[in-house]
Design a protein around this ligand. Structure first.
Ligand SMILES: Nc1ncnc2c1ncn2[C@@H]1O[C@H](COP(=O)(O)OP(=O)(O)O)[C@@H](O)[C@H]1O
Ligand SMILES: [Mg+2]
Length: 331
């Protein structure tokens, strides 16, 4: 049995000022910790955030997503070179960095968008690099003029960073009479007017987003970067589960791992290849709660017990139909 040690994660050691990194020629370099830079680190916190380390490292540390990583690195390099060329008075193409992220829920779209904001901040493309994540209800109002106003509020919040619109296709839902159209128009205008200060990312299911882009011919040229997020394979989900447990200072027992591996196959079979990292996160978090309930009555749980997630912690509760677990899939 290997000795149970955890490297001090940046996340858990949050009291000390986080190390700062800069992307300089030759790769990421650590720079002296800053005593509270403007903007604060609070804006960067969020689900799955690795903490304020080099965003390129955070990108590389994500499981799978090879193609996505490659595209992101290419875009970042291109944007950086255009900026340097401008500084040398060389011809440079105007940067249009608005994007479409296509893929199922839980495939890492928001996670990658958040890292992207930090990457772009590091290379001076975005002043702040924060992420504002919204959906239709944050944009669409109830009366004429309300939508444009609501949309502008969100745009202002996002200035300097990324405006990430989840399930963006739903803006086209109600057809011409729906206020969603007004939101799209306002967004498109803002995307052009503030292109030095704002990146807009439209996200959603692949098919729906493709139809959405077709239904608005003007959108394609304004959102020229399209990235597809594939479903995770079961092995990748297992790796993600392991990482999530480790981050929280838990270890899955071998039996727990086997159980999860089989459970994920069941999910796949029942839901047509719906492989979702958010489901994995929920399962880990639920197992952690169940482990706590299991240990709470033992007088002096050992360190080993405290960190170990067992098969029973993942198993379906008595009286709980296995299908009940699938409610996790519904968001
Ligand atoms: N490649 C990955 N490696 C590790 N964790 C991931 C990965 N992709 C997603 N996650 C985790 O899964 C959860 C859902 O991801 P998210 O980015 O919100 O998906 P989406 O925006 O596509 O619905 C988050 O907790 C995130 O940290
Ligand atoms: Mg998301």
């Amino acid at each position: 049995m290997p000795k149970i040690t955890f490297s001090r994660g940046r996340k858990t050691g949050a009291k000390a000022p986080p190390p700062r990194y800069r992307w300089v020629e030759g790769g990421p370099r650590k720079v002296a910790a800053a005593g509270g830079p403007g903007g604060g680190s609070g804006t960067k916190a969020g689900e799955g955030a690795e903490g304020p380390q080099d965003p390129l490292l955070d990108l590389d540390n994500l499981t799978g997503l090879e193609k996505v990583k490659e595209i992101i690195k290419e875009i970042t390099a291109y944007a950086k070179m255009q900026k340097i060329r401008q500084a040398h008075n060389l011809k440079s193409a105007p940067l249009v960095l608005h994007m479409v992220f296509k893929g199922n829920p839980g495939t890492g779209k928001t996670t990658v968008a958040r890292i992207l904001g930090r990457l772009f901040q590091d290379i001076g493309i975005l002043p702040k690099g924060h992420l504002v994540e919204i959906e239709r209800a944050d944009l669409v109002g109830e009366y004429i003029g309300h939508t444009a106003q609501k949309t502008r509020v969100q745009i202002n919040k996002a200035l300097g960073g990324i405006l990430f619109i989840d399930e963006a296709y739903s803006l086209a839902r109600g057809g011409d009479k729906d206020f969603g159209k007004e939101a799209i128009d306002t967004l498109v205008k803002a995307a052009e007017d503030h292109k030095d200060q704002l990146i807009v990312i439209l996200a959603g299911y692949k098919k729906e987003m493709e139809l959405f882009m077709l239904s608005n011919p003007g959108l394609k040229s304004r959102f020229p970067i399209q990235i597809t997020f594939p479903d995770y394979r079961r092995e990748e989900l297992m790796e993600i589960a392991g990482k999530m447990a480790r981050e929280r200072e838990y270890i899955m027992s071998k039996a727990a791992r086997n159980y999860l591996y089989n459970f994920l196959e069941d999910v796949n079979a029942k839901t047509l290849n719906f492989s979702n990292a958010r489901l994995v996160r929920n399962l880990i978090e639920k197992a952690i709660r169940k482990q706590a309930a299991r240990l709470v009555h033992s007088h002096n749980p050992s360190r080993e017990q405290l960190v170990s997630l067992e098969e029973v912690d993942f198993a379906v509760d008595e009286g709980e139909a296995p299908e009940d677990r699938f409610y996790y899939l519904q968001y």
